[in-house]
Write a protein that binds this ligand. Structure first.
Ligand SMILES: Cc1ncc(COP(=O)(O)O)c(C=O)c1O
Length: 397
């Protein structure tokens, strides 16, 4: 079939591909230790679900303003101000169908062919493809495990060219869990300002940071507004991945352009989900520390367990809910298990019944992404399977 160049430039999200393969096996009754999904395993809190049910009963089931209902835009600005010390007004806020949609729309209104976008690697799989879809070119800036996968201003400055239009900075990072320290983030903002480059802060994991890190937004920095675009989402913080509500905060003129685009594509995000998000943004956040405490326990166990496996090295992630072990020792030499982590992930699913994503998909050859948004019992089971798989390989070597 003849399709456009722009659709042929991108691929189906590799994380979705893993989830589909694991689900197919599960449907056949195979017991999978599933470290694939990038979503909380907790239910959406009751008060949020009740707000959606109430919205249905009150017939709030019609079109809403394209950019989201005003009470939600106001609530997002107030929440962001309270939680992350920013200072936005509703005209600087648009509600979208999840954070991914928000990023896609920003890329669509800002980028064109010939322009470059800086993406720190390891990166979330969708960043490069969203950029490629617009015709712009992703330019990767390497971060290192030794430096906790933090993004550094010096590296950003070196990568900037006259064509650079945007930097996408995701902290805490999916997949590495890397957190960019606030002082460094401010230095990066200064570099972006100096070079007239937009700085997009993807804050989808803002509230999943482990001691000593704290939630931080670059929008709290002085004079940040002209260069900064904030992407947020209720997906992770409020365990609401299926509701599909995200938002963009930025200069009013940019927000107007985003609303124009939505007016000719999705129209408003689902009305009922907007009322649920309104309850999330205005209600209690007491489920957040409960989830975080559970993630912290799992993080400790999984990092310890992975480091006990032969040929596997895993650093403590500073945030999010992913362990990101280095398994490169198993990918080289005469006893290499696979040619790359994509092949290794397939092998792990087929032979060990463990679902995870190979680092190649995230621009991190030699690494695996292991989501610990799953129970401690399943983590123990998955660790046993990984240990058996890699120990056997070691013994054969
Ligand atoms: C780094 C990052 N940004 C954005 C998103 C988008 O989340 P959503 O579209 O569910 O709001 C995700 C989801 O996995 C993510 O990992």
């Amino acid at each position: 079939m003849k399709l456009t160049d722009r659709i042929n430039r991108i691929q189906v999200s590799p994380t979705s591909a893993v989830i589909t393969a694991a689900d197919q096996l599960k449907a056949k009754g195979v017991d999978i230790a599933d470290f694939g999904p990038g979503e909380p395993d907790f239910p959406t809190p009751d008060h949020i679900k009740e707000a959606a049910i109430k919205a249905i009963h009150e017939n709030r089931t019609k079109y809403t303003p394209t950019g989201g209902i005003m009470p939600l835009r106001e609530a997002i600005c107030s929440w962001h101000k309270r939680e992350l010390k920013s200072n936005y007004e509703p005209k600087e806020c648009v509600v979208s169908v999840g954070g991914k949609h928000a990023i896609f729309n920003v890329a669509s209104v800002l980028l064109q062919a010939g322009e470059e976008v800086l993406i720190p690697a390891p990166y979330w799989v969708s960043f490069p493809d969203i950029v490629k879809y617009t015709g712009a070119t992703p330019v990767y800036v390497q971060t290192s495990v030794q430096d906790g996968f933090a993004v550094r201003a010096e590296a950003i400055e070196k990568a900037i060219t006259p064509k650079t239009r945007l930097l996408i900075l995701n902290s805490p990072s999916n997949p590495s869990g890397g957190v960019t320290p606030p002082d460094e983030y401010k230095r990066i903002l200064a570099v972006c300002k100096k070079n007239n480059v937009w700085l997009m802060g993807d804050e989808c994991y803002s509230h999943f940071t482990y001691d000593p890190h704290q939630p931080f937004s670059i929008a709290s920095a002085k004079d940040s507004k002209d260069n900064v675009i904030i992407i947020g989402s209720v997906s992770k913080t409020f365990a609401m991945t299926g509701w599909r509500i995200g938002y963009t905060l930025g200069p009013a003129a940019l927000i107007q352009a985003l609303i124009k685009l939505q007016s000719q594509s999705t129209s408003n995000p689902t009305s009922i989900a907007q009322y649920a998000a309104l309850a999330a943004m205005t209600g209690t956040m007491d489920t957040v520390p409960v989830m975080l405490a559970e993630y912290a326990k799992r993080r400790k166990r999984i990092v310890e367990g992975l480091n006990a496996i032969p040929g596997v090295k895993c650093a403590q992630p500073g945030g999010a809910f992913y362990a990101f072990p280095d398994v490169s020792a198993h990918l080289s030499g005469p006893h290499a298990l696979a040619k790359d982590t994509t092949e290794l992930a397939t092998l792990l699913l087929d032979k060990a019944r463990v679902a995870l994503v190979g680092g190649d998909a995230f621009g991190a050859p030699g690494y695996l992404r292991i989501s610990y948004a799953t129970s401690l019992d399943r983590i123990e089971e998955g660790l046993r399977r990984l240990d058996r798989f890699f120990s056997r390989a070691e013994a054969a070597a």
